[in-house]
Design a protein around this ligand. Structure first.
Ligand code: PEP
Length: 251
């Protein structure tokens, strides 16, 4: 049996305002009060809702995370949020290097690494996202692209307790096109092999690697059963209590 506890993480992206965000988070927390799925559950609301959601679900066992943080602790960075400020609001995780941030904000591996290090310094678990585009997959570069992003983005001092890797093929995010189990397992195994080189067998064996990209209730079970898939980073399907819960119950 895997020593890794499955993590199901919802990335709400830029969706939700007070009323629907609270209803969603409370809905998941209520489910959690009635049944304990075989996984850790995390929701990552937009920064505007993080404090409200964290207060609302306090003590429920539902984790709350940010979707991004700045690499610096404080200073002249208009519009950004520090990892320490997210922790202060009740976050225990933060996503860094999501492909939408890499694309929309031109975030390089070096920036993602610095953000992950800031997250860890603030006591958060960093969820470090990597993944290839369709053009890169079609060009046969999938393993090399993910290897290079992983090596470039992995925070110094990464351990299984402070870092989670999320493999998210860009062509599968929000498209309804999901990686096949064979495609997902191939990349996850390659990521773990690279982690062995970087961190040693023990840390690599204990580190969680999530799959993200159109994971839904009807494909979650098959993906989550793969030997090197230790959970999911869920976008669209995390916006409905029933769908998110159905994925949690697939663990
Ligand atoms: C994501 O945003 O990380 C994601 C995987 O989105 P979706 O599940 O909608 O593809």
């Amino acid at each position: 049996m895997s020593q890794r506890r499955t993590l199901i993480a919802g990335n709400w992206k830029m969706n939700g305002q007070k009323a629907d965000g609270l209803a969603l988070a409370k809905g998941v927390a209520e489910k959690l009060a009635g049944a304990k799925p075989n996984c850790d559950l995390l929701v990552c609301p937009p920064t505007t809702l993080v404090g409200l959601v964290a207060e609302a679900v306090k003590g429920s066992g539902l984790h709350v995370g940010g979707q991004d943080c700045h690499a610096k602790v404080s200073g002249a960075h208009t519009g950004d949020s520090s990892a320490a400020a997210l922790a202060d609001l009740g976050c225990t995780y933060v996503i860094v290097g999501h492909s939408e941030r890499r694309t929309d904000h031109a975030e390089s591996d070096a920036v993602v690494k610095a953000k992950a290090e800031a997250a860890i310094a603030a006591g958060l678990v960093a969820i470090v996202c990597i993944g290839e585009t369709l053009a890169q997959r079609d060009a046969g570069q999938t393993i090399e692209v993910n290897r290079s992003q992983l090596v470039g983005s992995l925070p110094a001092g990464a351990t299984a307790a402070n870092t989670v890797i999320a493999y998210e093929p860009v062509w599968a995010i929000g498209t309804g096109r999901v990686a096949t189990p064979a495609q997902a397992q191939e990349v996850h195994a390659a990521i773990r092999a690279e982690l062995v080189k970087a961190l040693g067998a023990e840390a690599a064996g204990a580190m969680r690697i999530l799959y993200g990209g159109s994971m839904k209730p009807d494909n979650a079970k098959e993906l989550l059963a793969l030997p090197d898939v230790d959970g999911g980073l869920i976008g669209g399907a995390s916006l409905k209590v029933a769908d998110f819960w159905a994925i949690a119950e697939s663990c």
